[in-house]
Design a protein. Structure first.
Length: 137
């Protein structure tokens, strides 16, 4: 009943998902995200959270998502190619992750801008993980 797990591909996909987040929240949308959250860089740095722990846990959770995504891909016979892997990964983001986020953001009364920034991050992170798992798996 099990599927073969491609450990190196999972590791690389976790790195890819983490890298998307790094680029997304620094170069692409860092300032817009902080504005939508109503915080400054100084407030974030003074918040008391240790960056090493935050990044470490984030990477660990990216690995969990990559592991599960690899397992999902392993349930298809034959193993899906790049196009189908992107379709499945994007579908998981659009069908599960982003709607679950939307419920939380509705109850938190978060802004649409903040939701779109965060949802976009997860959509592209899942696409990156799906691409890496397809190409390296």
């Amino acid at each position: 009943m099990g599927t073969e797990i491609h450990w190196l591909a999972v590791l690389l996909a976790g790195v890819a998902g983490f890298a998307v987040g790094g680029v997304w929240y620094s170069l692409l949308f860092g300032k817009a995200w902080m504005a939508a959250r109503g915080v400054t860089k100084e407030q974030i740095q003074a918040g008391g959270a240790k960056p090493g722990m935050l990044f470490g846990i984030t990477f660990l959770l990216d690995l969990v998502m990559a592991f599960v995504l690899d397992h999902v891909f392993g349930t298809y016979t034959p193993t899906p190619g790049l196009h189908f892997s992107l379709f499945v990964a994007g579908g998981i983001a659009l069908g599960f992750v982003i709607p679950a986020m939307a419920v939380n953001y509705l109850y938190q009364q978060a802004s649409l801008k903040l939701f779109l920034i965060d949802a976009g991050h997860w959509f592209f992170a899942f696409l990156a993980m799906g691409a890496v798992l397809s190409l390296a798996g």
